[in-house]
Design a binder for this molecule. Sequence first.
Ligand code: 13P
Length: 255
Amino acid sequence: MRTPLIAANWKMHKTVAEALDFVKVAEPHLAAIHKVEVVVCPPFTSLYPLSQRLQGSAIRLGAQDVFWEERGAYTGEISPEMLQEAGSRYVIIGHSERRQVLGETDTVINKKVGNALGNQLRPILCVGETLEERRAGLAREVVQAQLKSDLKGIMVQGSDLVVAYEPVWAIGTGVNASPEDAQEMSAFIREQLSQLLGNGAAGAARILYGGSVKQANIRDFVRQPDVDGALVGGASLDAGSFITIVKYTEETVHD
Ligand code: 13P
């Protein structure tokens, strides 16, 4: 049985003061949640202060990126050890915004996934097709190729790997994938994981849906058998809306 996971990707939003305000509101509500793992991924600057504030809390922290080397002359980069020390257990890798805006390639993403896992950070690996690719009927091929490159040579223990299916056309657009499409792609991703990593790792990996998730649609996604939660952008910035998304997930997986 996989523990459902709801992760907040704050992207480049919230100062330290704003991040602390968010957890002040959210933490008491989320303390009552027991069947859903909750991960907040703030900008790097808020990781340490949040980890101090969240000591003893079930809310976990994740970073939004990591470098592929452990240390060295890499101006501006950050290592898995630094992220761990600052309180992160998870790290988002290969988000489409990094692929598109910063030109991150699958080769780079593969090295980052290896470095994260090798240093006890759980990757939330993002994959997904563009609108043009979907219209051309290439969604599966694109995701298959991403997974194959991003997970090349990777070994995974237990439930350490999280994959987020985030169709690029659904991110920040208000146009979400249909729950049926999310299920179909998640089942396809699990099949691919099984070929790449073996049945054990594929069965234990959490597969999240991301792209315009909100209070109104979360239940339809987490009801799907292969969708184990969500990676939430815009709707995770408001504490009230994020709390509701987590609560609806807990109620739905109880059904
Ligand atoms: P939105 O929820 O704002 O569409 O963003 C999704 C996302 O990119 C999460 O990583």
